[in-house]
Design a protein around this ligand. Structure first.
Ligand code: G3P
Length: 216
């Protein structure tokens, strides 16, 4: 399973990139707004200068022809850009049309197996089940990830399952066990994944034992 970072924060992306484990970035309008800018193009291009992998950027238009026009512009910002399209009828229509043009898409705000199925038939490059938001309403978000993986494997489709709205390290573990191709995670979760108290205790004990070697 590959790890993407779910953020538009440049400092976080720079720090995470140093670790060599992040192979893509996902953003959305809320994450860009959190950085107090409306210049999505500048943010995406700066991210592309740091990360040499897929970078998801979302369209804001709601009407199909405007979405397609916006998607063409967004995809021209960098060869790495994947255009994020939300699910309703307009989104499905837009994904079909963009896939015929060879523009890669990420079906976002996916909350059901039917939506994922329609997304892959329409030609989405990625589908993004939002795990945390399903958990928030007492549905099992990871069960959806597992179901989509099973169906996509069965039909051998090329669309990749991108587990999104990940809230904690256990989500990442379950996404990996379910066979998700990618988990996109906040930087805080990446940092939590790295740490283990027994590792810290072990490092301290090794250092202490080394210091306590009797001097000759
Ligand atoms: O990847 C989607 C993500 O940005 C949404 O996360 O925590 O707002 O549900 P959250």
């Amino acid at each position: 399973m590959r790890i993407f970072l779910d953020t538009a924060n440049i400092d976080e992306i720079r720090e995470a990139a140093k670790l060599g484990v992040v192979s893509g970035i996902t953003t959305n309008p809320s994450l860009i707004a959190k950085e107090r800018t409306t210049d999505m193009k500048a943010v995406i291009q700066e991210i592309a200068s740091i990360i040499d992998g897929p970078i998801s950027a979302e369209v804001l238009s709601l009407e199909p022809s405007a979405m397609i026009e916006e998607a063409r512009v967004v995809s021209s910002w960098s060869p790495n850009v994947i255009v994020k399209i939300p699910m309703p009828e307009s989104g499905l229509q837009v994904i079909s049309s963009l896939s015929r043009e060879g523009i890669r898409t990420n079906l976002t705000l996916c909350f059901s197996l039917n939506q994922a199925l329609l997304g892959t038939i329409a030609g989405a490059t990625y589908v993004s089940p939002f795990v945390g938001r399903l958990d928030d309403i007492s549905h099992d978000g990871m069960q959806l990830v597992s179901d989509i993986v099973k169906v996509f494997d069965h039909f051998k489709v090329s669309t990749q399952v991108l587990a999104a709205s990940i809230r904690h390290p256990l989500h990442v573990v379950i996404a990996a066990k379910a066979g998700a191709h990618i988990a996109t995670i906040p930087y805080s979760v990446l940092k939590q994944m790295i740490r283990h108290p027994l590792t810290d205790i072990g490092i301290a004990r090794f250092a202490e034992d080394w210091q306590n070697i009797p001097k000759e």
